[in-house]
Ligand binder design. Structure first.
Ligand code: ZN
Length: 199
C-alpha cells in the first residue's frame, strides 16, 4: 500500500529502503543526512503544495512548515524538533515511528494521517481538525489537543500522560487498550468515545 502511495525507487546501496526524493540513496546511506534534511526542507519551503515526497529517517530541527498543503508524503521514522506545522492541511501523510519534540500542529487540518508508534513530547494540536488519524501504539507526553475535532481517530494501545483533550469532539475516538496518566477531558463528549472493547 505504501509503495503504491509514494515513489517506490529503492536505495541504490541495495538496503531495500526507499530512496529519498531527489536522491538515489536512503537517509541511512546518504553521504550527508543533514544536508539531505536541509535540501528536503528547502524543497518544502519553496512550494505551497507538497505531494509524493519521500523523506523517511531524516532529522528536522527548527523548521517552519506552517501553512503548507502536504499530500501523500512519507516521513516514516523522521525526527522533528521545534518544527511548526501550524495551519497546515495534510491528507494521507505517513509519520509512523516518527518523533516530535516541541512541535506545533495547532490550527491544522489533518486527515488520514498515520502517527502509529510515533513519539510526541511537548507538542500541541490545539484548535485543529484531526479526522481519521491513527495514533496506534503512540507515546504522547505533555501534549495538548484542546479544542480539536478528533472524529474517528484511534489511540489504541497508546501511552498518554500529562496531556489535555479538553473541549474536544471525541465522537468515535478509540482509546481502548491505551494507558493514561494525568489526562484531562474537560468539556469533551467522552460518552461518544470508545474506552473499552466489549468482548
Ligand atoms: Zn540505503
Amino acid at each position: 500500500m505504501i509503495a503504491a502511495m509514494f515513489p517506490s525507487i529503492r536505495c541504490a546501496a541495495g538496503c531495500g529502503r526507499l530512496a529519498l526524493s531527489g536522491s538515489k540513496l536512503c537517509a541511512v546511506h546518504a553521504i550527508d543526512a543533514r544536508m539531505e534534511a536541509e535540501r528536503i526542507s528547502e524543497l518544502i519551503k519553496s512550494r505551497q503544495v507538497i505531494r509524493d515526497l519521500n523523506a523517511p529517517n531524516l532529522a528536522f530541527e527548527d523548521r517552519d512548515f506552517s501553512g503548507k498543503e502536504i499530500y501523500e508524503c512519507n516521513f516514516k521514522e523522521a525526527c522533528f524538533s521545534k518544527c511548526s506545522f501550524s495551519g497546515t492541511i495534510m491528507t494521507t501523510v505517513f509519520f509512523a515511528k516518527a518523533s516530535f519534540f516541541d512541535c506545533d500542529f495547532s490550527h491544522s487540518d489533518l486527515q488520514f494521517i498515520s502517527f502509529a508508534e510515533a513519539h510526541f513530547n511537548k507538542t500541541t494540536f490545539e484548535e485543529s481538525t484531526l479526522i481519521n488519524l491513527n495514533f496506534l501504539g503512540a507515546s504522547i507526553s505533555n501534549c495538548t489537543f484542546t479544542s480539536t475535532d478528533l472524529y474517528n481517530s484511534r489511540f489504541i494501545n497508546a501511552e498518554i500522560c500529562n496531556s489535555a483533550f479538553d473541549d474536544c469532539n471525541l465522537k468515535r475516538v478509540h482509546f481502548f487498550k491505551s494507558a493514561q496518566a494525568n489526562v484531562t477531558f474537560k468539556l469533551s463528549n467522552t460518552w461518544e468515545a470508545i474506552f473499552e472493547v466489549n468482548e
